[in-house]
Design a protein around this ligand. Sequence first.
Ligand SMILES: Cc1ncc(COP(=O)(O)O)c(C=O)c1O
Length: 421
Amino acid sequence: MDFFHGLAAALLYNYPLIMEQESSKAAAVRQLFADYVVPTYRRSLVLARGAGMYVWDVDGRRYLDMGGGVAVNALGHAHPRLAAALHRQALTLTHTSNLYYHEQQGRLARRLVGHLAPGKVFFCNSGAEANECQYKLARKTGHARGRFEIITALNSFHGRTLAGIAATGQDKVRAGFEPTVSGFKHVPFNDLAAARAAVNEHTAAVLIEGIQGEGGVTPATAEYLIGLRQLTREHGILLLWDGVQCGYFRTGRFQSFQRILEGVTVSGAADFLPDAVAMAKSIGGGFPMGAVWIAAEHADVFQPGTHGTTFGGTPLACAVANAVLDEIEEHHLADNIRAMGELLKARLSAFIGTRGIKDVRGTGGLIGLALTVDGAAAAARLREAGLLLIPAAGDVLRFLPPLNVTAAHIEEAVEIIGRTL
Ligand SMILES: Cc1ncc(COP(=O)(O)O)c(C=O)c1O
C-alpha cells in the first residue's frame, strides 16, 4: 500500500517533469529541427494532428488550441469543407500563373469587394506581402508629388520583410538589420496630435492596425480613426489599413474599423473607409494567402509590370478561401465569434485581480489577458495543462480562436486558466 501511495505521490509531484519528458518520437523531430531548420522560432510542442479546436502531440496528448495558429485557422483544424475544396481544386486546376484568368480569383475578389466597398483586390501570399503592396501603393500614388513617407504607429507589427520591419514600430525587430529601409516614421498609437505633427510635404500615407495584435491587443479608438481619416483627406494622402490579424471577421465584423465605429454617431463614423486594406492569416483558413483591397479611386494605380507575385491568387488558394468564406457566411461565424468574445471577456474579467491577471481587453476573437507576470512563462504552464495561448508584448496572453469556437470550448479554457494560473 505504502509503495502505491509513494508511487502516486511521486507521479503527482513529478507530473510537470513527466509532461516535459521527451518521447523518442518527439525527440527525433526536435533533432531534425536542431540539425536542419533555421532557428527563427522558439518552438514548444511536437504536433501530429488536429481536429476542430484541438491538436494532439506525437505522444497522443490533446490540447485545446485557443491560439488558432496565430489567427489563421478560421475554421479550426482539418475542417472537412476546407479539405474538400482543397482536394477538389487540386484535381481540377492547381496553379496557372497570373498570365491567365480563372474564375476562383475573380469570384473571391468580387466577394471581398462586397464586404468592403467598390474597389479591386490584389492577391499575394502573406501579411508582410499584403503590406508591401500597400507601401508600393503609397509610393506610386505619391510619386508625382514627391510624397513617399509612410507614418506608422509605435508598437505596431507589419511583417518581417525589410520594408515590413521598417514599418513596424518596434526597435527590436530592426536590430541587426540596419540600414533600415528609409521612408517610415513612427508615432504613438491613438495619439492624433502626434500623427498630425508628423505629416509633412513628403508624407504619402498613414498605416495602422485597428487592434494592435503583436503589440499586446490594443484597439484604436473611434476618435483616432475618424481623426486620421480627416487628416489624411486634408493632405490628399492615403489611409492604409493592416487588417492581417484583427480583420477577416475576427471582431465580429469583416474589418475591425467596422466594429470599432459601430454605434458611433459623430460625423465621419458612418462613411469611414481606408484607401486600402491588407488581409492574410484567416482568409485562407490555413492555406497561405494574402490580399489587398484597394478603393476604386486608386484601384488602377498598379498596371502590368508594376507589381506582382508568382503564387498570388492561385486557383487552389482562391478555392480554399472561397470555401472558408462560404462557411463563415452560411454559418454566421462573425456573429458567433462576437458572442464568444463577449462570453470569454465576461468569464476572464471575473479573474481580474487574481491569478496574476490585471486586465482583459480586445474584442471577438482577439482577446488579450494582461498579466503581472511573464506571458511566455504563463503560456508554458497553461500548455502543460492542455491549453494553447499566444504570448504578446511580454506580459500579455492572446486568445485568437477559430471563428467557429463554441461556448463549451470557452468554458473549458476558462476552467484550465482558473486551476492553473
Ligand atoms: C498585423 C500584422 N501585420 C502583418 C503581419 C505579417 O504577416 P505574415 O507573417 O503573414 O507575413 C502580421 C503577423 O503576425 C500581423 O499580425
